[in-house]
Ligand binder design. Structure first.
Ligand SMILES: [Zn+2]
Length: 348
């Protein structure tokens, strides 16, 4: 099997598991002869094909780290994006490489797998995350604190790599996910299952987000109040527990990671009494006695929001085993809401 075929195969495999990644989240890459194949922005890993990957000139990508960029967010991100687009090899101009392209380029190994697993994010979105990561996974697993995505994150990771001396194979990103890098897909597999096993061994309480039961009939009214045509529902044991009171819901009212901001919007809302509610401002709502609803202007939008809201419930429950939840800092939520790269991803 050649490099691209191998990349497509493992992308589909991991992408099909909702415990590892949802909607257009996560990405993969492979390097060969000075070229990096990187997943295009907003495409789903589970549907990976040759067309899902953009071919990038690695040497040109490395030069981005030597350049200086403007201070202002908007100007800097636009300039970096333009430079990144210029790294596409001829014939690839119609493709939009992932917002995490620069991070992939930093790894020296042939294959890179970047996922947002709920279990791993239970750790990266917890107050004790960094200390627990060191204790459970060892010093060879690097930890990158929450920061602005895109160029800022890439620079921070670049610094981590230089400081480490030897090539890093596993990097945890606070309030975001994990990177694995290896020269064979078998090694990636082993790294992922090793981490999963270690973390699962620490979990004292597991989420139960499946098998919701029948929707109690509030969906249509709530969707209309939110200005949307479509809704999805989860009435599982865990969803009902979060919807039991405003206090119980509080861990879900602010987002944990960028994916949630992209697909569920900046936070959720709690509804105490459906008969009295006059307006719904958020895309995700917890309804007392019923469970969790998501809304969308299309069926896909409502469904993607549900997938990420379910992911948030899992993260919230897992994080209790690592010192309790730690949400995405407010200024990062604000940045993501206005970031062109994420608006692009969401629009797909
Ligand atoms: Zn990511």
């Amino acid at each position: 099997m050649d490099t691209l075929e191998t990349l497509i195969e493992f992308s589909r495999k991991y992408g099909a598991d909702p415990e590892l990644v949802n909607a257009g989240g996560g990405n993969t890459s492979a390097k060969q002869d000075g070229i990096m194949y990187i997943k295009c922005s907003g495409t789903a890993l589970k549907d990976a094909s040759e067309a899902s990957f953009a071919k990038m000139d690695l040497e040109k990508l490395y030069h981005i780290f030597e350049r200086r960029y403007p201070e202002g967010d908007r100007e800097r991100e636009a300039a970096v994006l333009a430079d990144m687009m210029a790294c596409r090899v001829p014939g690839e101009e119609h493709k939009r490489p992932s917002v995490e392209t620069l991070l992939h380029a930093l790894f020296r190994q042939k294959y890179v797998l970047h996922l947002h697993p709920a279990l791993v994010n239970g750790l990266t979105c917890s107050r004790g995350g960094e200390a627990e990561a060191g204790r459970l996974l060892g010093d060879e697993v690097a930890w990158v604190p929450a920061c602005r995505p895109g160029y800022t994150l890439a620079l921070l990771m670049h610094e981590k790599m230089k400081a480490a001396g030897s090539p890093l194979g596993v990097v945890l990103l606070e309030n975001h996910g994990v990177f694995f890098a290896a020269d064979t897909p078998g090694e990636l597999d082993r790294m992922l299952s090793d981490m999963t096993e270690k973390l699962a061994g620490c979990i004292r309480e597991f989420p139960q987000t499946g098998d919701g039961g029948a929707e109690p009939g509030y969906g249509e009214k709530l969707a209309k109040l939110s200005g949307c045509e479509y809704f999805c529902y989860n009435g599982s044991t865990t969803a009902r527990a979060f919807a039991a009171s405003l206090e119980a819901a509080k861990d879900l009212l602010t987002p944990f990671n960028p994916d949630q901001v992209v697909y569920c919007g900046p936070g959720a809302e709690y509804v105490d009494d459906v008969d009295r509610v006059r307006a719904i401002r958020k895309k995700t709502v917890l309804v007392r006695g019923a469970g969790l609803y998501t809304f969308g202007r299309t069926e896909k939008e409502a469904r993607n929001a549900l997938l990420l809201a379910e992911d948030a419930m899992k993260i919230a429950v897992y994080s209790r085993s690592f010192g309790g939840p730690r949400h995405l800092p407010e200024e990062l939520v604000e940045f993501l809401v206005h970031w062109e790269a994420e608006s692009y991803r969401k629009a797909l």
